[in-house]
Design a protein around this ligand. Sequence first.
Ligand code: ARG
Length: 596
Amino acid sequence: MQGFKKAFAEQLRLALPSQEVTLERPKDYQKGDLAFPCFKASQSLGMSPQSLASLLASKIKIKDATIEATGPYVNLRLLESVRSRETLASTLGNYPLPPQEKKNATILVEYSSPNIAKLFTIGHVRSTMLGHALANIYAQEGYEVVRLNHLGDWGTQFGTLLAAYELWAKDSNPELEKNFPWAAEYSSESTTPLHRLLQLYIRFHAEEEKNVSLREDARAWFKKLENQDPDARRLWKKFRDLSLIEFNRIYERLGVTFDSLEYGEAFYEDQIPGVLNALDSKGLLKEGENGSKVVDLSEEGFDIPCLIQKGDGTSIYASRDLAAALFRKSKWNYERCLYVAGSEQNFHFQQVFAILSKIDPWFKNKQTHVPFGLIKLPEGKMSTRKGNVIFLEDVLNEARDRIQKIISAKNPELSNQAATSEMLGTGAVIFINAFNDRNTSITFDWNKVLAFEGDTGPYVQYAHARICSIFRRAGGSWSQWAEPRSEDFGRLHFESIELPKSLQGLDHASAQHLIFELNGLEPALKASAISLSPTSLARQLLTISKAFSVFYNDSPILNVEQSEAIRQSRLLLCLATARVINQGLRWLGIFAPTEM
Ligand code: ARG
């Protein structure tokens, strides 16, 4: 396909020397494989896009393809046999796709960043999985990607926690004072040390409403922590260690990784003076109320200045973000840093980015906040302070258990039901996030999210499993393609395969449509990179799965009455489809079962 793209673009450039040539994919495969929209070029030439399209179509000739004008578009359509061969050759010869040519630029993707001692809530799954997908996508696009987690392991909430612990838990909760080897074993169904910490946090906020002096306690504890008080530090470290055990278990379950978990907010604690200096030397640091320090941003259009240091000298969220940016600049000299965090933090990031550009023009346009809407369960919104939070782990467990029920009704013979239910349940939760535009809020409807039919992860996973079952039935050397590699469960063998001299039985509409859609994976990946959202990728995987289903229903594959050549060609198309789906799901962070 690349060869045709190049040839088509070259001829268009020759015909339109001073114009920019960008090619699209027609929406309807019957129109062709590539399209050149004539709107822009025709405008500067003073003619209608329709007449320019016809003119270009009559001039351009490319072997093995027809060139036609359809309204304002010039379309290139490959001969069926060529489309089949091109697509299968690239998918079966070269998968998983090697990353694009190295870009020699580093992109930092900061995602997940849960707050310690507040557990991993369902809200964090969106940041986690969006960030994970974006990191995969940019790595595929040839960037050097650094995966960062700006753990919320510092800040006034620790003051709250320490004060609450001191008040109510010190004596009653001796386990917290011991070592925590058993903490790794707990499951979220039981009360974990972390749940108990959360209870403390919630209780504190409830009691604080009646007794405002508690707020002072919390503030004093945070100050102690920042002043290196050994008791405060020891407890803080314990809370952090406990939280990390919990978070790591969840990351493992989701298959999500980071380059380091070291760079949380606490990491920047001793770099705050550097931030204050940088601001001061530019004359940006102003006295705020009650002895606090602020940066005035009225020139940038903000009515409220940005608080940098509190009156009692303690640091704040924004100052730690400034420190992080300065650190990241010197460590990675990045081209772009993506902050995947909820849209309720828009204002915070706007202020932080504005200050960075004031400190050093290097930062201009290098930081991007990638916001997203809320996830809601039918029960309503959540807030850690009030205690009606929804834990991610409970959601994953619920998804898994519900899938397990569906499987035991549909396919009770299935071996490995536990692992499959986990893949489908987790896959469904991840997919619904990717599928929805990232700015919209999602309300979970279990039946819709987990359905095997519909716009769901399990539907795409089902297409994959179905193909694997075709290979098992095909027998012989075909069955090897349905075996996941043990070291990387859910991933098939991707060795390259040589195509037979002639491909047969692929010229009909459903096969051609499927082939056309397989070619849509890479453009969808690009679109996802540009829009900073895996939505195009998720939607293309659904489109491919639907096209596969139509092909499967109207094209006998293993039917003995057919010629061996047809059987082989169709099996190869199945294999290409499985690889594309497997790869695409991988980018989203979803495992593909071989049976379900
Ligand atoms: N810990 C924050 C939260 O859970 C998200 C951090 C976002 N990243 C940042 N650099 N401020 O809400």
